[in-house]
Design a protein. Structure first.
Length: 350
């Protein structure tokens, strides 16, 4: 039996799509916990409607929006798992959906290979109607040293919390404050890594079984001062995961440099478009480029590391960004510092 859970906050516009994708599965042996996390729209009414129609669904309502995996949710989860002897669990966002064979193929793959955790590919869909398939290149079962050896190739798949099937014992270990709380922007990636720490057998299925809908506000203008902290937290989490299974060789060190640059590029448009002053945005960029880890990245020969971006072009882009922010007098001290740092790096590193 598979335990599925979805937490929804003001998700009335997309919730039916998500829930219906579960009910349309070719695999029917599941229990589904739907939680309204303090919504102010019709989310709770929709959840109650589905719970009334299908006995496999349990609906739960939080009176306020609660961050993290709260005590009430955990208690209900524990009761469902104990009462129904569930073997696996999955998490589905309230705006995504599973393809009809997701549960059947992932359960069979996991059972046949005695997996602790199984991953698959996703289809990304944008509001403008465009989409992109992101499917693992090969189906693999990884154990022992192979989990680390293949980490660079499969990192983008094994750090997702959606479209992932966990064995019950492993999922229970992931559900902890250390794994999921206080990392709002990347909690899913950290949670998946935390699962890998405890996994002995990991499977990657070369099938595209999940649909991930990019929300219109993916590049949110709502500012969060922890964006760069998240980058460093994910870097440390990944590094510690590798070290937990042995030493870091040069190939893995290069892989960490590549990931670090990807994360910087990930948060840049969020900082650039944030609804805060130019001074605050410039200060965040100064923090990035004065950080020891960023300085060390810029010391590297990017081609030798495996970075396809041109370092000089990368630095010039941020110089242009700094000059754009310098139109605000309050930001001048930071933008001048940022241009000075970037220009120095451009002259000395490129």
């Amino acid at each position: 039996m598979i335990y599925i859970y979805t937490t929804a906050y003001n998700a009335a516009a997309t919730l039916r799509r998500a829930v219906q994708s579960v009910l349309d599965q070719t695999y029917a042996d599941f229990k589904y916990l739907l939680t309204d996390n303090g919504s102010t729209d019709e989310t709770w009414n929709i959840l109650r409607e589905y719970a009334t129609r299908d006995s496999r669904i349990t609906a739960l309502c939080n009176t306020a929006n609660i961050s993290g995996y709260n005590v009430k949710h955990r208690a209900v989860t524990s009761r469902i798992i104990k009462q129904h002897s569930t073997d696996y669990s999955v998490y589905l966002d309230a705006d995504d959906e599973y393809k009809p064979d997701f549960l059947a193929l992932m359960a069979r793959f996991s059972k046949e290979n005695k997996l602790d955790i199984a991953f698959c590919g996703s289809e990304y869909l944008w509001p403008d109607g465009t989409s992109r398939l992101d499917t693992p290149p090969h189906t693999r079962v990884l154990t022992g040293d192979d989990i680390i050896r293949f980490l660079p190739e499969y990192y983008q798949y094994v750090t997702r919390f959606w479209g992932v099937l966990f064995r019950k014992h492993l999922k229970q270990r992931i559900q902890s404050p250390r794994a999921l709380n206080n990392l709002n922007g990347l909690w899913d990636s950290k949670g998946a890594l935390h699962g890998l720490e405890h996994a002995k057998r990991v499977g990657v299925l070369a099938e595209n079984l999940h649909k991930y809908y990019r929300a219109p506000n993916t590049l949110s203008r709502v500012y969060n001062p922890n964006w760069f902290w998240w980058v460093n937290e994910m870097y440390e989490q990944t590094r510690m995961f590798i070290l937990s299974r042995g030493a870091i060789n040069r190939e893995l060190e290069n892989f960490l440099y590549v990931r670090y640059l990807i994360w910087i590029k990930y948060i840049t448009p969020r900082i650039q478009n944030a609804n805060v002053s130019a001074k605050d945005r410039a200060r965040d960029f100064v923090e990035i480029f004065t950080n020891d880890r960023t300085v060390e990245l810029l010391r590297q020969d990017w081609r030798a590391v495996g970075i396809v971006s041109d370092k000089a072009e990368f630095l010039r882009e941020y110089i242009a960004l700094a000059e754009e922010l310098s139109g605000d007098d309050d930001a001048l001290s930071y933008t001048r510092q940022l241009v000075r740092i970037l220009d120095q790096q451009l002259r000395s590193r490129c």
